[in-house]
Design a protein around this ligand. Structure first.
Ligand SMILES: [Ca+2]
Ligand SMILES: [Ca+2]
Ligand SMILES: [Ca+2]
Ligand SMILES: [Ca+2]
Length: 321
């Protein structure tokens, strides 16, 4: 088999210059969290070494989890964790033990959630929750209760779509027990994009729909149904990538179009029109750059890679075909 190279294109939040990180041997993907595509390689964002800068990571279809720590520079994989599940195990990274480092975790199609806590080293599963549900149940871990630890949560595609949360604050349950279970959050065309949009340090329930709407149920007044709607977000080809791009403590609405445009609607001036619209991606040709239009299959992986408190625009892509 011919080996292929992948790269991650990073555009910093401050200067908008591009850096290219070349790694080895992988093929392109669709983000499994955005649709039901079974991906051979899934890009992952998280701060696994706890230096407040996002690391570069992927999960492979043969069950490896590879991490390149930011703390020693992006210079190759620092962690090779094996046995993390095949294409039926979907990444669900988050800081479940509250030590400030992202933990390795997956949710499987046979309804299990497995976590390898960072606090005792990445050395195998420490926690298993079972009976969660199959392929229509998407993992959406986040800190919904604001105790500093990620909560287990799924958003389902069935019926009107439900959101289920097992809060960390009263301990995670190893069986199908939920502290919050509510429907009317949208079916298979509503893709979960939880984040802290109102800035109260608790994740809010949110979806981006295939017909171009962004809906939010804020945490600050309790979860009780959609309170915010923005339309004109773009169709199914516009990938949502909410993050705090301006560093004000509130998540901003953002989508990346397949033509390389990024659109951001900042929270600080209230959500309204797009504040930022630009083609910021450029393709790497050796060590030079040329204007992009080839990254149609790239997956947005925005995160704070340089640790300035602002999310950076980034995509995972690949060289070759
Ligand atoms: Ca890091
Ligand atoms: Ca952790
Ligand atoms: Ca929590
Ligand atoms: Ca919130």
């Amino acid at each position: 088999m011919v080996k292929k190279r992948k790269s991650i294109l990073l555009i910093t939040s401050t200067v908008m210059t591009a850096s290219i990180f070349n790694f080895s041997t992988f093929v392109p993907v669709q983000a499994a969290t955005l649709d039901n595509t079974v991906a051979p390689i899934i890009p992952i964002t998280g701060d696994f070494d706890g230096d407040c800068k996002s690391d570069i990571a992927v999960k492979t279809k043969d069950g490896r989890w590879l991490i390149d720590y930011s703390s020693n520079g992006f210079n190759g994989w620092d962690v090779f964790e094996y046995g993390c599940g095949s294409t039926t195990a979907h990444p669900a990274p988050a800081d479940y033990d509250g030590d400030g480092k992202t933990d390795i975790a997956v949710k499987t199609d046979d309804g299990r959630w497995l976590i390898d806590y960072s606090s005792n080293g990445f050395n195998g599963w420490d926690f298993t929750k079972s009976g969660i549900g199959g392929t229509a149940c998407h993992p959406v871990p986040a800190d919904y209760d604001g105790d500093g630890k990620a909560d287990l949560a799924v958003k389902t595609d069935d019926g009107q779509g439900s959101w289920l949360i097992d809060s960390s604050s009263n301990g995670l349950s190893s069986s199908n027990v939920w502290d919050f279970n509510q429907s009317q959050y949208g079916g298979s065309t509503s893709h979960a994009v939880p984040a802290d949009y109102d800035g109260d340090k608790k994740a809010d329930l949110a979806v981006k729909t295939d017909d171009g709407r962004w809906l939010i149920d804020y945490s600050s007044n309790g979860f009780k149904g959609w309170e915010f709607t923005k339309t004109g977000i773009g169709d199914v080809t516009y990938h949502p990538m909410p993050a705090d791009y301006d560093g004000d403590g509130k998540a901003d609405l953002s989508v990346r179009a397949t033509d390389g445009r990024w659109l951001i609607d900042y929270a600080k001036n209230d959500y309204g029109c797009w504040d930022y619209t630009k083609v910021v991606e450029r393709a790497a040709t050796s060590y030079g750059y040329s204007i992009l239009n080839i990254y149609t299959s790239a997956v947005p992986v925005s995160a704070d890679y340089d640790g300035d408190g602002k999310a950076d625009l980034a995509v995972k892509t690949y060289d070759g075909k």
